[in-house]
Design a protein around this ligand. Sequence first.
Ligand SMILES: [Zn+2]
Length: 81
Amino acid sequence: MRRAFGFDVLACPRCGHTMRLIALLEETEVIRRILRHLGEPTDVPARAPPLIAAGGEGLGADDTPGLTYDREPPPNYDEPC
Ligand SMILES: [Zn+2]
């Protein structure tokens, strides 16, 4: 993930220290139960429209009206976790 997307999944979003992987969940119903308990959505989000139109014409974010990219605010590394 670090090489492909430029972020480290094991870096703590609050303080930046390295976290430790303690479990890998693969069973859908277990994941749904945990998400429901946390009040998070359990449905798979809809796919974004392709950036390349069927005719081969490339579309960028600047070319598509109403298409915006939401980004999370950067973590506050000054707050202790
Ligand atoms: Zn931390």
